[in-house]
Design a protein around this ligand. Structure first.
Ligand code: UD1
Ligand code: UDP
Length: 363
């Protein structure tokens, strides 16, 4: 059973699901989609003709709301289906609840994107503790990098660990080979686009206010640049974004893009500002500088190779960092030449090949 419920999980788990489906003689595969997200998840699912199994999202949902409702849903599901293995992804509430309910039912858990750590319990919140806990429940750990594997070894997790790369790269490469265009993308000159995304719970409030003030200042300093901000569907974020950034001619507040579109926007961007996890993995493959709007990251590999820079959420720091990239080309180039540390686009194949090895020794 492959299970997920949010946009980023869908983007990174659908390639695993599709790869498993190639072997009907080996695996009976079911997909369970919780609908922790609605619009943003459906945007991804509709590209693949997949529909959510549960419709659990409520507006301004709390972590407790999601956890409570999912516990009962997974309990019922596991009682009925009793899969041999549940594959969960990363660190969302959906993944945590699926993993612990599977454990209660003594069903084996496989963790895709295992071993990412900041070791800072409130950054990102609640994801850091979610993924540490999932690491305890899981017995198959698919780590994207060697560093992630080392974290798991240090923690003495039980079971087996593989280093596979990140499935985000599988999807990215597939999407960049697809045709995409829209009028906004076409209207912006190459090299004159800055992309912003921000949605982390720990950035809601003061930190996000600082980010938006920095964007407003940059839009005045750099009128020839278009700042594209696909605004997360979280109503709290949408309200703030419109309050601070509406009616600025070179700031485009747009709805979330479907993932094929977003990957093409990334490819054309000059700089990316983000607190997202997945975008930190995708941008290094494209050689794009990413200013990470967070105090810590569980993706230190991108910082080490030089594509990512942690800048936090202070307005002045953000403005200065963007100015430096836009005025000092040799500095900018140090980000561009960096290598992608998150795999070659074969992570899903490697995960499925590991599963073949476990369940069918001859593979
Ligand atoms: C969750 C994940 C986080 C991931 C993020 C991706 C957890 C603990 N966190 O964040 O790791 O980075 O998703 O976006 O699971 N909403 C809509 N429409 C949508 C999606 C969300 O209205 O399509 C609203 C929800 O009602 C909710 C808010 O946005 O009020 C936040 O959604 P939620 O799933 O609670 O997201 P996060 O916990 O912030
Ligand atoms: N993404 C997308 N449309 C957008 C913005 C982002 O499809 O408008 C993709 C992005 O390419 C990445 C994923 O969404 O694969 C990241 O999701 P998000 O930032 O919501 O969550 P996180 O990765 O932080 O958990």
């Amino acid at each position: 059973m492959v299970s997920f419920g949010t946009r980023p999980e869908a983007i990174k788990m659908i390639p695993v699901y599709q790869e498993l489906k190639k072997y009907p003689e080996l695996f009976e595969v079911t997909l369970v989609v919780t609908g922790q997200h609605r619009e943003m998840l459906d945007q991804v699912l509709s590209l693949y003709d997949i529909y959510p199994d549960f419709d659990i999202m409520s507006l301004n949902q709390s972590l407790t709301d999601i956890t409570n409702v999912l516990e009962l849903k997974y309990n019922e599901l596991f009682e009925q289906e009793r899969p041999d293995l549940v594959l969960v992804h990363g660190d969302t509430t959906t993944a945590l609840v699926a993993a612990f309910e599977a454990f209660y039912h003594k069903i084996k858990v496989g963790h895709v994107e295992a071993g990412l750590r900041t070791y800072d319990r409130y950054n990102p919140f609640p994801e850091e503790i979610n993924r540490q806990l999932i690491g305890r429940f899981a017995s198959l750990h698919f780590a994207p990098t060697l560093k992630a594997k080392e974290n798991l070894i240090k923690e003495n997790v039980q079971g087996k660990i593989w280093v596979t790369g990140n499935t985000a790269i599988d999807t990215l490469f597939l999407n960049l080979n697809k045709e995409y265009s829209d009028s906004l993308l076409e209207s912006i000159d190459a090299d004159k686009m800055i992309i912003l995304t921000t949605h982390r719970r720990e950035n809601l409030g003061k930190a996000m206010e600082q980010i938006f003030l920095a964007i407003e200042e940059l839009s005045r300093e750099w009128p020839e640049y278009s700042i594209i901000y696909p605004v997360h569907m979280n109503p709290k974020i949408r309200q703030m974004a419109h309050k601070f950034l509406e009616n600025i001619s070179n700031v485009h507040l747009i709805d979330p893009l479907d993932v094929i579109g977003f990957h093409h926007y990334l490819k054309k961007a000059k700089i990316i500002l983000t607190d997202s996890g997945g975008i930190q993995e995708e941008a290094p493959s494209l050689g794009k500088p990413v200013l990470v709007l967070r105090e810590t990251t569980e993706r230190p590999e991108g910082v080490t190779v030089g594509t990512l820079k942690l800048v936090g959420t202070n307005r002045t720091t953000i403005v200065n960092e963007v100015n430096k990239l836009l005025t000092d080309d040799s500095y900018y180039q140090t980000f561009v030449t960096a290598k992608n540390p998150y795999g070659d686009g074969s992570a899903s194949k490697q995960i499925v090949s590991a599963l073949k090895g476990i369940y069918y020794k001859e593979y």
